[in-house]
Design a protein around this ligand. Structure first.
Ligand code: PLP
Length: 378
C-alpha cells in the first residue's frame, strides 16, 4: 500500500489535497474529525522536507540514551552562531510559551506589574495573574496596531513589558526604527523594566523595514527576544522555542520556571530547519499567497482586515465572533476564539493551505450572506 493509502477520509476532507500531497510523503495522517482547522495559528503545511528527513535520520536505538538529550547542545550552538552571540545568551524550551511563562515569573510580582496589550498573545497575562502580579492592559490603537506610546508610558515601574511583534491576533507589525525608539525610550524612563519582544511570527513579515530586535537584546540589559518553531518552521507538535538576551537575563528566566527538556528528535529537526532558510522563504511566499487570496475574498464580501504579517487575519465581521464561529463550525470549519475587547465584531482566522482556504471561503460566504441569526438560519 502506498503512503496515500494510509490516509483517512476525514484527513483528506479536513486538510485538503495540497496538505495530503505534502504530508503523504511523511506518512502522517492527522485526523481533524473532518474539520478544516483554522483556529489555532498552526502551520498546515508542516516542516520542510530537510527537517522531516533529519527527524527520520535521528530515529535509532540511540534515542534510548538521552540524559541530556543528544543534539540540544548543537541546537544552542547553531542558534548562537546564527545571531553572533555566545551560547550563554541562548535558552531553549519546549515551545516559546514556556519561556513567556518563565519570563513573566522571573520579572513580575505583586509589586511589579506586567504591561501587555489587548488583544495580544495571552500567556504573559495568564502567568502574571497566576502569581498575583497586576496587569496593565493597553488597548491596540485605531489601526489595530500595538499602541507603542501608551505601552512605553505604562512601562514606568513595571516588572516587564510584553511586546508581540508581529502581533497575534491583529497581524500588525512595527518596523526596526520604531522598535529601537520604543526600546531605548523604555530603558531610559524605566531602566529596571524588562522588555520581552515576542517574534513568533516574524518570518512571515513582508515589510523589509521590519527586523529582529536581537541586536538590541545583545546590547541592552534586560531586553530579550523569543522565537518559536511552531509557525513558519511548521513544528508546533515538536514543541520548540528559544530566547536570546544577555546572560544574566536568560539565566533569571530559566531559574524561574521549567523550560522543559528539549528532546533529541526535536533538537535535530530544529537544527535542520534553521539550516534551511530557503524553506522559510518558500513558506513565507506561500503564506502570502494564501493571505492575499483570503483578504481579497473578505474584501469582496465587504469585510476588512489589517494587512497581516502573521499566519492569521483579524477581520471586522460586524458580528460577534461566537456567532460566526458557531455558524462555521456547523459547516465543519473551525475559526478562532474570542479576542476581547473585539469579541463583538472581529474574528481571527488562521491561514491554512490554499486548498483549505478555498473551501473555507465558500463556507464564509454562506455564513455571511445568510441571516445574522447565524447557524440556525443555514
Ligand atoms: C505570539 C505567540 N507567541 C508564542 C506562542 C507560543 O508558541 P510555542 O509555545 O508553540 O512556541 C504563540 C502560539 O500561538 C504565539 O502566537
Amino acid at each position: 500500500m502506498g503512503s496515500a493509502g494510509l490516509l483517512s477520509t476525514s484527513f483528506i476532507i479536513g486538510r485538503g489535497r495540497e496538505a495530503m500531497a505534502f504530508e503523504a510523503g511523511a506518512m502522517q495522517a492527522p485526523d481533524d474529525g473532518g474539520f478544516i482547522r483554522i483556529s489555532s495559528n498552526e502551520n498546515a503545511r508542516g516542516p520542510g522536507r530537510k527537517t522531516i528527513e533529519a527527524l527520520g535520520n535521528t530515529i535509532s536505538p540511540r534515542v534510548g540514551r538521552g540524559y541530556p538529550p543528544d543534539n540540544t547542545g548543537d541546537l544552542v550552538a547553531t542558534i548562537a552562531d546564527i545571531y553572533g552571540v555566545g551560547r550563554d545568551h541562548v535558552i531553549v524550551g519546549t515551545g516559546s510559551g514556556a519561556i513567556l511563562e518563565a519570563g513573566t515569573r522571573a520579572f513580575c510580582s505583586t509589586e511589579k506589574p506586567l504591561v501587555t496589550a489587548a488583544p495580544t498573545y495571552g500567556t504573559p497575562d495568564q502567568a502574571a495573574r497566576r502569581i498575583g502580579a497586576p496587569v496593565r492592559m493597553i488597548r491596540v490603537d485605531r489601526s489595530l496596531g500595538l499602541d507603542i506610546d501608551a505601552m512605553a508610558e505604562a512601562a514606568k515601574g513595571a516588572g516587564m513589558i510584553f511586546f508581540c511583534n508581529p502581533n497575534n491576533p491583529t497581524g500588525t507589525v512595527h518596523n526596526a526604527a520604531a522598535m529601537e525608539k520604543f526600546i531605548r525610550r523604555v530603558k531610559q524612563s524605566s531602566p529596571e523594566t524588562r522588555i520581552l519582544i515576542d517574534e513568533a511570527y516574524i518570518d512571515y513579515t513582508h515589510d523589509g523595514a521590519v527586523k529582529t530586535a536581537v541586536p538590541l537584546a545583545k546590547e541592552l540589559t534586560g531586553v530579550f527576544v523569543t522565537r518559536s518553531f511552531s509557525k513558519a518552521h511548521g513544528m508546533a507538535g515538536l514543541r520548540l522555542g528559544y530566547a536570546i538576551g544577555q546572560p544574566e537575563t536568560v539565566k533569571a528566566i530559566s531559574s524561574a520556571w521549567s523550560l522543559g527538556s528539549v528532546n533529541t528528535l526535536t533538537a535535530a529537526a530544529g537544527i535542520a530547519s534553521l539550516r534551511d532558510p530557503k524553506h522559510i522563504e518558500e513558506e513565507r511566499a506561500e503564506n502570502a499567497r494564501v493571505r492575499d487570496f483570503t483578504l481579497q475574498a473578505f474584501k469582496s464580501l465587504g469585510y476588512e482586515a489589517p494587512d497581516c504579517h502573521t499566519n492569521c487575519i483579524f477581520v471586522d465581521l460586524k458580528r460577534p465572533a461566537s456567532q460566526f464561529r458557531e455558524a462555521c463550525a456547523a459547516l465543519k470549519v473551525s475559526v478562532g476564539r474570542d479576542f476581547p475587547p473585539f469579541e463583538k465584531t472581529h474574528s481571527r482566522i488562521t491561514l491554512g493551505t490554499m486548498d483549505e482556504m478555498r473551501q473555507a471561503v465558500q463556507v464564509f460566504k454562506r455564513v455571511l450572506t445568510t441571516s445574522s441569526t447565524g447557524a440556525a438560519a443555514l
